[in-house]
Design a protein around this ligand. Structure first.
Ligand code: ZN
Length: 179
């Protein structure tokens, strides 16, 4: 792809991300792997306040977390808590500071779910809660914290979608078959 075309594609992705709304914009897998910026290009685009954490170095509240061998970009200017780009996860440390440990870990696992399961929100939610259960960082109480977190204060349709997602996550959490 010509540099200009690549840049246009990057801007398109950025726009999709910005209109993605609550948790989160997954730009994964619906586009060919080469369509989006790589972590270095992303950081260069964002500029100040963004950095790359290698796949094996990420810690959230002292707990080591991984998403396969995908790196994480920390971006304090991200318009959401997290996002998924083809090949890497983006987290906003400034926003993550405001939520409890299980919610933090759930956000990371949700974005990671997009890496492996595609753009569907419910599928990423299910991936996240099942991973949390398996790894021992998500209890039924923790899941309720997640539910409070995604039950948004604004907009009826969003509210419905938050509670619906929670219902599905509770089912997923107790489902012994891994989705
Ligand atoms: Zn998502």
């Amino acid at each position: 792809m010509a540099p200009q075309a690549a840049r246009d594609e990057g801007m398109k992705l950025l726009k999709q991300r910005l209109t993605g709304g609550l948790l989160c914009a997954a730009l994964v897998l619906s586009t060919p792997a080469k369509a989006g910026p790589n972590p270095e290009e992303y950081v260069a685009q964002v500029g100040k306040g963004a950095s790359i954490v290698p796949w094996s170095d990420l810690k959230l509240d002292g707990r080591k977390v991984m998403c396969g061998k995908r790196p994480t970009v920390l971006d304090n200017q991200l318009d959401d808590y997290g996002a998924a780009y083809p090949g890497f996860v983006i987290l906003n440390p400034k926003l993550l500071d405001r939520v409890s440990t299980p919610v933090k870990l759930w956000i990371h696992a949700h974005e990671c779910g997009h890496q492996f399961r595609g753009p569907d929100e419910e599928t990423a939610d299910c991936f996240a809660v099942q991973r949390g259960r398996r790894q021992g960082w998500l209890t039924a109480d923790g899941l309720e914290e997640v539910c409070k977190f995604i039950a948004p204060a604004k907009g009826d349709s969003m509210h419905f979608s938050g509670s619906r997602r929670c219902e599905l996550m509770r089912q997923c959490f107790t489902d012994p078959t891994i989705k």
